[in-house]
Design a protein around this ligand. Structure first.
Ligand SMILES: Nc1ncnc2c1ncn2[C@@H]1O[C@H](COP(=O)(O)OP(=O)(O)O)[C@@H](O)[C@H]1O
Ligand SMILES: [Mg+2]
Length: 361
């Protein structure tokens, strides 16, 4: 039985519909991320799960039981927000233990629970400090501790690291992931940062304009995107798209990109007729340079350490290759591309839907 289930959830504010037919089934102990651009409905969806807002249509279930009418407290959910607003005049221990005090637990019991949580978050040595005396990362961990101490059934995180600087954000990702691996509490995480989502999640729901475009593991959404939107949203450098046409001949199927003809495996792409306009997606790690092949000119060379991103002028646009290490290559140089057809992602230009080897995805 799924732990948290959204079935045909719709949410409208007056005439404006913010969530359209959202279906999501989350297993016990899973870490699922809602990923999408600002305004796509992530927070709204999370608030519906939390019980802070009511869906216009559809059902929300926890452990098989419909919870639409239950309050946030009854749902036994804890939320960590971007603005975690700790009580400034309370110590770390008091901040973490606050909800337990409100619940009327006895002092020794509160102390024991707070110490346990603080130890798991490496906050034991700062329990007597005020929030202002902590680093940003420690403050964020106190906010997590405050949620953790309640021992909720489900954790909800709404962009909890957005206010942290880049290096701390990366560290907090690892901390939250380790914490989740240790405690195994079902977690739903919201972010607009695809790299954050990829690195932290068991599965990712890519959202766009109030809809889930695709739900899958990081590998599935990266390597097998359901459509052009997902392919473009996931990956850095961004996937590059070229217009092409599917060309069928007795010898097999190929893609015409400008003057170039790229052969595809024969007999495949059965669902797409000759002349289908196709957007061809190529990720930088699949663009190889070779002695022969498709000519292109180096426009920009960007070393980033483990690899070098080389942007090339090609077909009136650019294409980026990710080469290992510090590539010995210069602006203006003429090179040849080796595009492995097995790694191309093909999308129907009209619908944006993925065309797989077996037909339209
Ligand atoms: N209470 C509200 N009334 C009207 N529109 C709202 C309300 N809350 C959110 N919206 C709208 O719903 C859309 C989705 O918002 P939100 O869920 O906050 O997006 P995200 O968290 O993905 O950035 C936005 O266009 C926002 O303006
Ligand atoms: Mg939001």
């Amino acid at each position: 039985m799924p732990h948290v289930e959204l079935e045909a959830i719709g949410k409208s504010y007056g005439p404006v519909t913010v969530c359209h037919d959202v279906n999501l089934s989350i297993e016990q102990g899973e870490f699922v991320t809602l990923l999408g651009a600002s305004g796509c409905g992530k927070t709204t969806t999370l608030n519906l799960i939390a019980g802070l807002d009511d869906p216009t249509t559809g059902d929300i279930r926890m452990e098989g039981r419909r919870v639409n009418e239950l309050s946030p407290v009854q749902r036994d959910i804890a939320m960590v927000f971007q603005n975690y607003a700790l009580y400034p005049h309370m110590s770390v221990a008091e901040n973490i233990g606050f909800t337990l005090r409100v619940r009327g637990l006895r002092r020794p019991e509160i102390r024991a629970r707070v110490e346990e949580v603080a130890a798991s978050l490496e906050l034991s040595h700062v329990l007597d400090r005020l929030p202002a005396q902590l680093s940003g990362g420690q403050q964020q961990r106190v906010a997590i501790g405050r949620a953790l101490v309640r021992e909720p059934k489900v954790f909800l995180f709404d962009e909890p690291f957005s206010n942290l600087d880049a290096s701390l954000r990366v560290r907090m990702r690892a901390e939250v992931k380790e914490l989740h691996q240790r405690l195994g509490v079902t977690s739903i995480f919201v972010t607009h940062d695809q790299e954050e989502a990829m690195s932290i999640s068991d599965r990712i729901a890519v959202m766009n304009r109030g809809r889930i475009e695709q739900l899958g593991t990081p590998e599935e959404i990266y390597a097998s995107p359901a459509n052009r939107y997902v392919a473009t949203f996931i990956g850095s450098p961004q996937i590059e798209l070229f217009q092409g046409v599917l060309a069928r001949a007795s010898t097999g199927v190929s893609l015409r990109i400008g003057a170039e003809l790229l052969g595809l495996a024969p007999g495949l792409y059965a669902g797409a007729p000759d002349g289908t306009k196709i957007d061809i997606g190529i990720r930088a790690e699949h663009v190889r340079l070779a002695d022969h092949g498709i000519p292109a000119t180096v426009r920009l060379v960007q070393p980033v350490g483990p690899s070098t991103h080389v942007t090339l002028d090609w077909q009136g646009g650019t294409i980026t290759a990710r080469l290992n290490g510090f590539a010995r290559i210069e602006r203006g140089q003429l090179v040849h591309l080796d595009l492995d057809a097995r790694h191309l992602l093909l999308f129907d230009s009209n619908t944006g839907g993925r065309i797989t080897a077996n037909g339209p995805g």
